[in-house]
Design a protein around this ligand. Structure first.
Ligand SMILES: [Fe+2]
Length: 305
């Protein structure tokens, strides 16, 4: 079973035909494509947070235009359609959002008006074709390999329910934590936790929410987990730390520049599962950047590159 995962696509970072990452992903012939947030940029430097001031009508129009432009991008459009045609237990496109496609830079759910959240939710459902029966966008999908059920991918929403960061502030919210707890209880196989906000890979992550981060660690205690995320416009592979057995793997920057005009990104990851091992390759614009193999029996990893 092969999953391609990436995040952060700013079609305004260059001409649409420059998004070569989608052809590179298509060549890998993945069973799944996971898009882990910032599929569009409602704002970017030096115009951060401007959408906060926009009228609801302008917000809706801008978001629709940005999604339309990205969804019509050559390579992306073909890959998305091909993956969707294979929708079912063996294939498809899944994902979640992060700040820039939810509202604006670093936006917490508590800062965004109900109407703007509604617009954002509606357009995510329309373009991503994902519409779980909850307010935000958390859900899970079964994963299978060669016709056998092997585990599940759980997609979390780190925006809709969140408050501005703080030790006792809310990140996931009670209902979503209950959902996560239930999903973990139901699943004995491979668990991929997917979220737009990284945990340890950035200072802007889950660790700013002391209590919710502790609650997550408690839920996954002694569980083998691979956490997939985006946001930081870099690739990263972080082995488990402390009392968790959770690998954190980031692939971010499908089509962005690191700074305003320079530092073009073409990042994506490939997670290739076989019953013996989980092989994780992270690619950048030059080729293979990181390669790690996790032994499924021991959950120990080996760095190849
Ligand atoms: Fe981003």
């Amino acid at each position: 079973m092969k999953i391609a995962f990436t995040s952060c696509m700013n079609f305004e970072a260059g001409p649409g035909g420059d998004q070569r990452v989608w052809n590179r992903i298509a060549q890998e012939q993945p069973d799944y494509l996971f898009l882990l947030g910032d599929q569009i940029y409602m704002d970017f430097f030096p115009h951060l947070e401007e959408p906060r001031q926009w009228s609801d009508a302008y917000f809706r129009q801008a978001m629709t235009d940005k999604y339309t432009a990205q969804w019509n991008t050559p390579g992306f459009k073909e890959l998305f359609a091909a993956m969707r045609d294979r929708q079912g237990p063996q294939g498809g496109v899944y994902g979640t959002w992060d700040d820039h496609d939810f509202a604006w830079n670093n936006a917490s759910g508590s800062q965004v008006s109900a109407t703007k959240k509604g617009i954002s939710r509606e357009l995510f459902a329309r373009f991503m074709q994902i519409d779980p029966p909850v307010e935000g966008i958390y859900y899970s999908i079964p994963l299978s390999h060669a016709g056998e059920r092997i585990g599940r991918a759980i997609f979390l929403d780190t925006r809709w329910y969140s408050q501005e960061p703080g030790d006792e502030k809310r990140l996931l919210g009670e209902a979503q934590f209950k959902f996560l707890e239930h999903e973990l209880q139901q699943e004995q196989g491979l668990v991929l936790l997917c979220a737009g906000m990284p945990i340890r890979a950035t200072g802007n992550g889950w660790m700013r929410y002391r209590d919710d981060y502790a609650r997550l660690r408690q839920l996954i205690y002694m569980r083998n987990i691979v956490f997939l995320s985006g946001d930081i416009h870099e690739n990263a592979f972080l082995p488990p730390a402390g009392a968790t057995k959770m690998f954190e793997v980031i692939s971010s920057g499908a089509f962005v520049t690191k700074y305003k005009l320079v530092g073009k990104r073409e990042n994506f990851g490939i997670l290739d599962y076989t019953p013996e091992r989980t092989d994780i390759k992270l690619y950048d614009i030059h080729g293979l950047e990181h390669h790690n193999v996790i032994d499924n029996a021991t959950f120990e990893h080996q760095e190849i590159r």
